[in-house]
Ligand binder design. Sequence first.
Ligand code: SF4
Length: 392
Amino acid sequence: MSQPSQAEREAELGAIFEHCNDLRQAPVPTDAELPAGFVGTLGHFPVYFPEEIAHAAGLLPVNLLGGGNKLEMKAADAHMGSFICSICRSTTEMGLNGSLSTLSGFVTHPICDAAKHLSGIWGRNFPEQLSQILYLPQNPNSPGAARFVAAEYQRLRGEFEKKVGHAVEDAALSRSIRIYNRNRQLLRELMAIRRDEPWKLGCTEGYLLLRARTRMPCEEHNALLEAALPLIRARDRVAQDKPRVVFVGGFCEQPPLEMLEALDDTCYVVDDDILIGLRWMTEDVDETGDPVRALAEAFLDRSAASPVQHDERKTKEGYLMDMLHGARADAAILTAAKFCEPGLDEQVAWSKHLDEVGVQYLVLEFEEKMTSFEQMAMQLETFAESLLFAIA
Ligand code: SF4
């Protein structure tokens, strides 16, 4: 049998990206549309949610990532101040306009005041849905932290059991961990291509591939990645003269797709924290022992840093420098979502440190509802040119 041509492989890959982009804009599936094995959907707000527990309960984990730049805001303004970040406002709007009415439940985390209070808004306005805050330890370095996280995960497991009407057995949890471990392996491969051969996979394409998991079971996402990765590796593309950059600040509210495209036009984004909530476990979770304990230990010892995790082993400056060195990047793009206090706080520490160590950086602010990108594209172009000039 003859091998597919380069054009045929590219067409196949293009169809995968198009499917992922459709899913990005697709509504949350209704119960009738759910794949076999799932009885409901569980919305979770960024960042550190253990999807395995919802998956094992038969609740499709749906990472809620706001309303993007097409959503018309009508009702949310009556529920929160104008100084709240866009993702909180648009998530509330989607709840109030009925877009999230098919969710069985919603879980948020106390990553910031705005996110913490979403649970109260949810509980009052959508009493038919499970509404929970997953508390994570303020001090992950305390000796009791693993016990605390495991207890929180058990509490959540109990809430899901009540919702679905049956016990979530350890065997089901271990099976979900195995499925997600496979996903973690595939995502590590994807990020390795972004790092080692960035001309084969742009930041926007990688984003679309990853974000597809917010609308499908992890096992289906594994199949999607298994189909896409060999096609990406086989791409016949030549490296262009672009600087290698690390992008940070996309850990919660998502940068608009047009912003990522502007980045791809000028730079190779060789590492980033975009959608880190879908890939925060940096290594596989132990598949052998107590599954809840294994998930808790993974959060404490094998999780990606972000501005909303306060672990003394991961300093703000330290994890950025690790990203820069690990990806052999020339520079950093330091962003923060508008009104995001944790993100803006991190941005100050990052820029101060990069000044001290002499690493070039560009500071940008974004909002998911942005619609104009000309000025940002111009800033990126100027930055990229100055980097290329300095490197040459
Ligand atoms: S974008 Fe920032 S302020 Fe808004 S919910 Fe996320 S962490 Fe909180």
